[in-house]
Write a protein that binds this ligand. Structure first.
Ligand SMILES: [Zn+2]
Length: 306
Protein backbone atom coordinates (compact mmCIF):
# COMPACT_ATOMS: atom_id res chain seq x y z
CA UNK A 1 0.00 0.00 0.00
CA UNK A 2 1.89 3.00 -1.29
CA UNK A 3 0.74 6.62 -1.21
CA UNK A 4 2.10 9.88 -2.53
CA UNK A 5 4.86 11.44 -0.46
CA UNK A 6 4.19 14.85 -2.02
CA UNK A 7 0.74 14.94 -0.38
CA UNK A 8 2.36 14.95 3.05
CA UNK A 9 3.10 18.01 5.16
CA UNK A 10 6.64 19.42 4.97
CA UNK A 11 7.32 17.87 1.53
CA UNK A 12 8.75 20.65 -0.65
CA UNK A 13 7.61 19.03 -3.88
CA UNK A 14 6.51 22.34 -5.42
CA UNK A 15 9.96 23.86 -4.95
CA UNK A 16 12.52 24.04 -7.76
CA UNK A 17 15.73 23.89 -5.75
CA UNK A 18 17.96 25.05 -8.66
CA UNK A 19 20.94 23.32 -7.10
CA UNK A 20 23.27 24.02 -10.09
CA UNK A 21 22.73 27.77 -9.49
CA UNK A 22 24.23 27.57 -6.00
CA UNK A 23 27.80 27.70 -7.28
CA UNK A 24 27.04 30.77 -9.41
CA UNK A 25 27.45 33.69 -7.01
CA UNK A 26 26.33 36.26 -9.57
CA UNK A 27 23.12 34.39 -10.28
CA UNK A 28 22.33 34.02 -6.58
CA UNK A 29 23.04 37.72 -5.99
CA UNK A 30 20.77 38.74 -8.89
CA UNK A 31 17.98 36.57 -7.49
CA UNK A 32 18.60 37.94 -3.99
CA UNK A 33 18.25 41.57 -5.07
CA UNK A 34 15.34 41.05 -7.47
CA UNK A 35 11.91 42.56 -6.87
CA UNK A 36 10.43 39.10 -6.76
CA UNK A 37 12.67 37.68 -4.02
CA UNK A 38 10.99 36.76 -0.73
CA UNK A 39 12.71 36.11 2.59
CA UNK A 40 11.52 34.01 5.51
CA UNK A 41 13.08 34.63 8.91
CA UNK A 42 14.28 32.30 11.63
CA UNK A 43 15.82 32.69 15.05
CA UNK A 44 17.08 29.76 17.11
CA UNK A 45 15.11 27.34 14.93
CA UNK A 46 11.84 29.20 15.45
CA UNK A 47 10.08 30.61 12.38
CA UNK A 48 8.78 34.17 12.27
CA UNK A 49 4.99 34.45 11.79
CA UNK A 50 2.62 37.34 11.45
CA UNK A 51 0.11 37.46 14.30
CA UNK A 52 -3.42 38.19 13.10
CA UNK A 53 -6.11 38.04 15.79
CA UNK A 54 -3.84 35.80 17.86
CA UNK A 55 -3.30 33.29 15.02
CA UNK A 56 0.08 32.54 13.46
CA UNK A 57 0.22 33.22 9.71
CA UNK A 58 3.20 32.75 7.38
CA UNK A 59 5.04 35.94 6.53
CA UNK A 60 7.86 36.74 4.13
CA UNK A 61 9.65 39.95 3.28
CA UNK A 62 11.06 41.74 0.22
CA UNK A 63 14.74 42.47 -0.37
CA UNK A 64 14.21 46.14 0.58
CA UNK A 65 12.67 45.20 3.92
CA UNK A 66 15.46 42.79 4.79
CA UNK A 67 18.58 44.19 3.09
CA UNK A 68 20.06 45.66 6.30
CA UNK A 69 20.27 42.20 7.85
CA UNK A 70 21.91 40.38 4.96
CA UNK A 71 25.49 41.61 5.46
CA UNK A 72 25.75 40.44 9.05
CA UNK A 73 23.54 37.37 9.35
CA UNK A 74 23.57 33.98 7.63
CA UNK A 75 21.18 33.51 4.75
CA UNK A 76 20.57 30.79 2.20
CA UNK A 77 18.89 30.39 -1.18
CA UNK A 78 16.10 27.81 -0.84
CA UNK A 79 15.04 27.71 -4.49
CA UNK A 80 12.31 28.96 -6.80
CA UNK A 81 8.68 28.64 -5.82
CA UNK A 82 6.29 29.64 -8.63
CA UNK A 83 8.83 32.11 -10.14
CA UNK A 84 9.66 33.51 -6.70
CA UNK A 85 13.28 33.21 -5.51
CA UNK A 86 12.93 32.15 -1.90
CA UNK A 87 15.57 32.82 0.77
CA UNK A 88 15.92 32.32 4.51
CA UNK A 89 17.73 34.68 6.90
CA UNK A 90 18.77 33.48 10.34
CA UNK A 91 18.72 36.25 12.95
CA UNK A 92 19.65 34.07 15.93
CA UNK A 93 22.44 36.48 16.88
CA UNK A 94 19.96 39.27 17.59
CA UNK A 95 17.70 39.66 20.61
CA UNK A 96 14.17 38.56 19.68
CA UNK A 97 12.63 41.85 20.84
CA UNK A 98 15.00 43.83 18.60
CA UNK A 99 13.84 41.78 15.61
CA UNK A 100 10.15 42.07 16.47
CA UNK A 101 10.43 45.84 16.93
CA UNK A 102 12.04 46.16 13.50
CA UNK A 103 8.88 45.24 11.58
CA UNK A 104 5.70 47.25 11.14
CA UNK A 105 3.51 44.11 11.22
CA UNK A 106 2.75 42.35 14.48
CA UNK A 107 5.09 39.36 14.32
CA UNK A 108 6.17 36.56 16.66
CA UNK A 109 8.53 33.60 16.68
CA UNK A 110 6.98 30.18 17.12
CA UNK A 111 8.08 26.56 16.92
CA UNK A 112 6.86 25.08 13.63
CA UNK A 113 6.04 21.86 15.48
CA UNK A 114 3.22 23.79 17.14
CA UNK A 115 2.16 26.19 14.38
CA UNK A 116 2.88 24.01 11.32
CA UNK A 117 -0.30 21.90 11.27
CA UNK A 118 -2.37 25.10 11.01
CA UNK A 119 -0.55 26.38 7.92
CA UNK A 120 -1.07 25.85 4.21
CA UNK A 121 1.07 22.90 3.14
CA UNK A 122 3.29 24.80 0.72
CA UNK A 123 4.16 27.41 3.31
CA UNK A 124 4.63 24.87 6.10
CA UNK A 125 7.02 22.99 3.77
CA UNK A 126 9.06 26.08 2.97
CA UNK A 127 9.36 26.98 6.65
CA UNK A 128 10.37 23.44 7.56
CA UNK A 129 13.02 23.36 4.82
CA UNK A 130 14.38 26.74 5.99
CA UNK A 131 14.46 25.58 9.59
CA UNK A 132 16.20 22.28 8.82
CA UNK A 133 18.88 23.92 6.68
CA UNK A 134 19.71 26.67 9.16
CA UNK A 135 19.74 24.25 12.11
CA UNK A 136 22.47 22.36 10.28
CA UNK A 137 24.50 25.54 9.81
CA UNK A 138 24.19 26.38 13.51
CA UNK A 139 25.50 22.97 14.51
CA UNK A 140 28.37 22.78 11.99
CA UNK A 141 30.35 25.92 12.70
CA UNK A 142 33.57 23.88 13.03
CA UNK A 143 35.16 21.28 10.82
CA UNK A 144 34.63 17.73 12.07
CA UNK A 145 38.01 16.69 10.64
CA UNK A 146 40.42 19.40 11.87
CA UNK A 147 38.36 21.61 14.22
CA UNK A 148 38.92 24.88 12.29
CA UNK A 149 35.94 27.21 11.71
CA UNK A 150 33.83 26.48 8.63
CA UNK A 151 32.16 29.09 6.44
CA UNK A 152 28.96 29.03 4.47
CA UNK A 153 29.19 28.75 0.68
CA UNK A 154 27.19 27.49 -2.36
CA UNK A 155 24.19 29.73 -1.59
CA UNK A 156 24.03 28.28 1.92
CA UNK A 157 24.14 24.57 1.01
CA UNK A 158 27.77 23.77 1.83
CA UNK A 159 30.13 24.68 4.67
CA UNK A 160 33.80 24.76 3.77
CA UNK A 161 36.63 24.37 6.25
CA UNK A 162 38.67 27.60 6.45
CA UNK A 163 41.93 25.74 7.17
CA UNK A 164 43.70 25.80 3.77
CA UNK A 165 45.49 22.54 4.54
CA UNK A 166 42.15 20.82 5.14
CA UNK A 167 39.51 22.64 3.06
CA UNK A 168 36.96 19.89 3.60
CA UNK A 169 33.43 20.58 2.33
CA UNK A 170 30.54 19.65 4.61
CA UNK A 171 27.02 19.04 3.29
CA UNK A 172 23.67 19.37 5.08
CA UNK A 173 22.83 16.27 7.00
CA UNK A 174 19.61 14.28 6.93
CA UNK A 175 19.10 11.38 9.34
CA UNK A 176 17.02 8.49 7.97
CA UNK A 177 14.43 7.12 10.36
CA UNK A 178 11.97 4.30 9.71
CA UNK A 179 8.35 4.65 10.80
CA UNK A 180 6.00 1.72 10.43
CA UNK A 181 2.48 0.54 10.87
CA UNK A 182 2.64 -3.13 11.85
CA UNK A 183 -0.50 -5.06 11.00
CA UNK A 184 -1.96 -8.47 11.75
CA UNK A 185 -5.21 -9.14 9.88
CA UNK A 186 -7.71 -6.48 10.92
CA UNK A 187 -5.50 -5.20 13.73
CA UNK A 188 -2.58 -2.81 13.85
CA UNK A 189 0.03 -2.16 16.50
CA UNK A 190 0.26 1.29 18.07
CA UNK A 191 2.33 2.41 21.02
CA UNK A 192 2.22 5.15 23.63
CA UNK A 193 5.52 6.82 24.31
CA UNK A 194 6.12 9.02 27.36
CA UNK A 195 7.05 11.95 25.08
CA UNK A 196 3.62 11.79 23.37
CA UNK A 197 0.59 13.68 24.63
CA UNK A 198 -1.71 11.86 27.07
CA UNK A 199 -3.75 9.16 25.37
CA UNK A 200 -1.92 9.48 22.04
CA UNK A 201 -1.05 6.20 20.36
CA UNK A 202 1.21 6.21 17.32
CA UNK A 203 3.17 4.03 14.94
CA UNK A 204 6.57 2.78 16.09
CA UNK A 205 9.68 4.48 14.71
CA UNK A 206 13.44 4.62 15.07
CA UNK A 207 16.69 5.70 13.49
CA UNK A 208 18.48 3.60 10.91
CA UNK A 209 21.93 2.51 12.05
CA UNK A 210 25.14 2.29 9.99
CA UNK A 211 25.28 -0.90 7.93
CA UNK A 212 21.56 -1.58 8.28
CA UNK A 213 18.90 -1.88 5.56
CA UNK A 214 15.64 0.02 6.01
CA UNK A 215 13.71 -3.27 6.22
CA UNK A 216 16.01 -4.62 8.93
CA UNK A 217 15.69 -1.36 10.86
CA UNK A 218 11.88 -1.80 10.80
CA UNK A 219 12.16 -5.37 12.11
CA UNK A 220 14.75 -4.50 14.76
CA UNK A 221 12.89 -1.48 16.13
CA UNK A 222 9.57 -3.31 16.39
CA UNK A 223 11.18 -6.25 18.16
CA UNK A 224 13.15 -4.00 20.54
CA UNK A 225 10.17 -1.83 21.40
CA UNK A 226 7.29 -4.33 21.46
CA UNK A 227 8.73 -7.85 21.16
CA UNK A 228 6.86 -8.48 17.88
CA UNK A 229 8.54 -10.36 15.02
CA UNK A 230 7.89 -8.76 11.62
CA UNK A 231 8.00 -10.61 8.28
CA UNK A 232 7.12 -8.82 5.06
CA UNK A 233 7.96 -5.11 5.00
CA UNK A 234 6.70 -2.84 2.23
CA UNK A 235 7.42 0.81 1.46
CA UNK A 236 4.57 3.33 1.77
CA UNK A 237 5.91 6.92 1.47
CA UNK A 238 8.49 9.29 2.94
CA UNK A 239 8.22 12.60 4.75
CA UNK A 240 10.85 15.25 5.47
CA UNK A 241 10.79 15.85 9.22
CA UNK A 242 13.36 18.58 9.81
CA UNK A 243 12.69 18.70 13.57
CA UNK A 244 15.62 18.91 13.51
CA UNK A 245 17.11 16.70 10.77
CA UNK A 246 15.06 13.56 10.08
CA UNK A 247 13.68 11.97 6.96
CA UNK A 248 10.84 9.65 7.96
CA UNK A 249 10.64 6.60 5.69
CA UNK A 250 7.24 5.00 6.08
CA UNK A 251 6.49 1.27 5.83
CA UNK A 252 3.82 -1.31 6.45
CA UNK A 253 5.01 -4.49 8.14
CA UNK A 254 3.22 -7.79 8.63
CA UNK A 255 3.49 -9.26 12.14
CA UNK A 256 4.48 -12.91 12.48
CA UNK A 257 3.82 -12.93 16.23
CA UNK A 258 1.24 -11.06 18.35
CA UNK A 259 2.37 -11.27 21.98
CA UNK A 260 3.54 -7.82 23.04
CA UNK A 261 6.50 -7.54 25.40
CA UNK A 262 8.63 -4.52 26.14
CA UNK A 263 12.22 -5.39 25.37
CA UNK A 264 13.46 -1.89 26.15
CA UNK A 265 12.03 1.14 27.99
CA UNK A 266 11.00 3.06 24.87
CA UNK A 267 7.25 2.52 25.19
CA UNK A 268 4.90 2.94 28.14
CA UNK A 269 2.23 0.88 26.40
CA UNK A 270 1.48 -0.83 23.09
CA UNK A 271 -1.71 -2.51 21.96
CA UNK A 272 -3.35 -4.14 18.97
CA UNK A 273 -6.27 -2.05 17.72
CA UNK A 274 -8.91 -3.04 15.16
CA UNK A 275 -10.11 -0.61 12.49
CA UNK A 276 -13.35 -0.17 14.46
CA UNK A 277 -11.34 0.64 17.61
CA UNK A 278 -9.55 3.38 15.71
CA UNK A 279 -12.73 4.85 14.26
CA UNK A 280 -14.04 5.30 17.84
CA UNK A 281 -10.69 6.15 19.38
CA UNK A 282 -11.89 9.35 21.09
CA UNK A 283 -14.61 7.42 22.97
CA UNK A 284 -11.85 5.39 24.65
CA UNK A 285 -9.98 8.53 25.76
CA UNK A 286 -7.33 7.92 23.12
CA UNK A 287 -6.18 9.92 20.14
CA UNK A 288 -4.22 9.43 16.96
CA UNK A 289 -1.05 11.36 16.08
CA UNK A 290 -1.27 14.86 14.61
CA UNK A 291 -2.62 15.12 11.07
CA UNK A 292 0.62 16.66 9.74
CA UNK A 293 2.55 13.44 10.52
CA UNK A 294 3.23 10.47 8.26
CA UNK A 295 2.21 8.32 11.26
CA UNK A 296 -1.35 9.61 10.86
CA UNK A 297 -1.28 9.01 7.08
CA UNK A 298 -0.03 5.44 7.51
CA UNK A 299 -2.93 4.73 9.89
CA UNK A 300 -5.60 6.46 7.78
CA UNK A 301 -4.58 4.77 4.53
CA UNK A 302 -4.67 1.40 6.26
CA UNK A 303 -8.15 2.06 7.72
CA UNK A 304 -9.46 3.03 4.25
CA UNK A 305 -7.84 0.00 2.60
CA UNK A 306 -10.25 -2.43 4.32
ZN1 LIG B 1 39.02 21.08 8.34
Amino acid sequence: MQFYSHDLYYATSGMDRRSPDRVNEEKIKTALMSNRARFVILSDSENLFELIEGQHHPISFSYCEIADYLDHHPWAFLGMYEETPLFVVDLSELENQVILDGFSQEVAFEDLRRAGPLQQRAQASQMAYARGLMFWHQRHQYCGACGAPTKMTHGGHVRKCTNSECGLEHFPRTDPAVIMLITHGDHCLLGHHSRLKDGMYSTLAGFVEPGETLEDAVRREVFEEAGIRVGKVSYAASQPWPFPTSLMIGFYGEAETTKISFEDDELEDAQWFSRDDLKNFGDQGKRLPSHDSIARSLIEHWIKAA
